[in-house]
Ligand binder design. Structure first.
Ligand code: SF4
Ligand code: FE
Length: 488
């Protein structure tokens, strides 16, 4: 395992990358004010693993090497390890108040691990051993790996091969003696600039000969010169660029990261290819990855929810409203909603089962119920938080006003709630709620809750599929006497 400091240094040591932020090519990713908070988040997954009090939660023994590894690099070996994953994510969500990015690679690892095993069993390929060899290096070096699934997809009514622009889906453009060449792009790549490798998977079920070149999974070093990165803008992100702006950012050290990664004829050697043309396994890979990531949200978003509930309770105190019964009741409701989400994350883990490859997967129905709830309940938690915080959260003067010798004293006097609480505490807490519910962190807490790991309709399709409606109808038929049971 490596330390958080060494992780950050390892990003500095990577080769030059073509990264664009707001139209400008940037050379120094690590110290860029819009990017650094996201690096701090990912670094937290290393830092917590260094601390003795979190060792049990953050580390595990590798089933491959027998060595202690970071849990983020582990193919789950039991239901308990699935449960512990969710607990670890809640902890990381508590410590960052943001998306900490490293889960996508962990979830992709587990999906590719079991799928490659089953591809080999059917097609006589040797992807699984290849992938295990890669995992051994992943664990040894304690890499962060970006799990890359979502393609641009263009016209949603057309399959990949019928798109007007062939780069709407990642595809193989050339097969060579020593590997393949791929082209296309992956969208919404959480933490991709903070990753050492990119693990690409197909974005949807593919079928037929015409889609074969789109059924491809591989890893590539994140500093491969063929890659081009375009950094996504987030609400209020330029507050991070304003000189002297610190409190106004809300979450002062941590934040999320989403970027587009473009593969401009990227060469992938054979040992880094884990699927090539097996369209019959694309659906399985997508479903498994989505299942794991829908479980993940029952941990990370709950951890963020804890922060928001704490901020709301603190603001109620600063405002002098903590004893009002409706405020108390709103806080209870927020806790109830947040713990409901956690229950879903724990339940789909505890009901997990072994795959043919030996690693464990979640209960698909419960993971989809988990994520469906995640598309709704954080919005209600955020609404209640804004209700308790008060409108000042969005009309508060800027940090520079508070520092101004002319108007600063007025700001300090007028923005004070309870006299014993410094105005700055109230200002900071308001900005945190603002950031989490409408600012840069709302991307991770709200919009990602909606669309990450698949938009709401994707879960409803899975819920319908997993529901076993015939069994339910049979239960009803028996009790109303259509199918008498003859038991009594
Ligand atoms: Fe991890 Fe949550 Fe971010 Fe996904 S959204 S990478 S599960 S913190
Ligand atoms: Fe996500």
């Amino acid at each position: 395992m490596i330390t958080a400091e060494k992780y950050i240094q390892s990003l500095r040591d990577m080769g030059p990358r073509r990264v664009y932020v707001m139209g400008q090519r940037i050379d120094n990713i690590v110290d860029h004010p819009m990017i650094r908070p996201s690096i701090n988040c990912c670094a937290m997954t290393y830092k917590l693993a260094e601390l003795p009090e979190y060792e049990d939660l953050m580390t595990v023994t590798s089933h491959l090497s027998g060595k202690k590894i970071n849990r983020f690099t582990n193919p789950f070996q039991s239901q308990k390890q699935l449960v512990d994953k969710v607990k670890m994510q809640r902890l990381c969500g508590n410590m960052t108040g943001s998306c900490f990015q490293r889960c996508v690679g962990m979830d992709a690892m587990n999906a590719v691990y079991s799928t490659t095993f089953e591809i080999d069993a059917k097609h006589g390929t040797s992807y699984h051993k290849r992938f295990k060899d890669f995992i051994s290096k992943w664990q040894e070096n304690d890499w962060t790996v970006d799990g890359a699934m979502t393609d641009p997809k263009g016209d949603r009514s057309l399959p990949p091969s019928k798109q007007a622009d062939p780069d709407m889906f990642v595809r193989v453009v050339e097969r060579k003696a020593d590997g393949i060449v791929v082209s296309g792009a992956k969208m919404h790549q959480t933490g991709v600039l903070n990753s050492h490798y990119i693990l690409a998977m197909p974005t949807q079920n593919m079928s037929g000969e015409s889609e074969k070149e789109y059924a491809v999974s591989f890893v590539v070093k994140a500093d491969d010169p063929s890659l081009l990165f375009i950094y996504g803008r987030q609400a209020s992100d330029t507050r991070k660029l304003e000189p002297g702006s610190h409190i106004d950012v809300g979450n002062v050290n941590y934040g999320g990261q989403e970027a587009i990664v473009i593969f401009e004829n990227t060469f992938i050697p054979w040992e880094q290819v884990f699927m090539l043309g097996e369209t019959d396994f694309t659906g399985m890979l997508v479903e498994r990855f989505a299942g794991y990531h829908r479980q993940s949200y029952g941990g990370c978003k709950v951890g963020n929810g804890d922060v928001l509930i704490g901020a709301s309770a603190a603001l109620a105190e600063y405002n002098g409203a903590a004893k009002a019964s409706h405020v108390k009741d709103k806080l209870i409701e927020m806790i109830h909603l947040n713990e409901t989400l956690y229950s879903c994350g724990i339940a789909c883990s505890a009901e997990g089962s072994a795959t043919a490859a030996g690693n464990y997967t979640i209960d698909l129905m419960l993971a989809n119920v988990c994520k469906q709830n995640i598309t709704r309940l954080p919005y209600e938690i955020a609404r209640l938080s804004q209700d308790i915080a008060g409108g000042l959260m969005v009309t508060l003067p800027g940090e520079a006003d508070f520092k101004s010798p002319e108007i600063g004293p007025w700001c300090d006097r007028l923005m004070r709630g309870v006299a014993s609480v410094p105005t700055e505490n109230r200002q900071r807490m308001m900005r945190l709620v603002e950031a989490m519910t409408i600012g840069s962190i709302a991307v991770g807490y709200l919009t990602e809750s909606m669309h990450g790991a698949g938009s709401p309709q994707a879960q409803r399709i899975m819920i319908q599929r997993a529901a076993n409606m015939e069994t339910k109808k049979k239960l009803a038929r028996r009790l109303c006497g259509i199918d008498p049971d003859g038991l009594f």
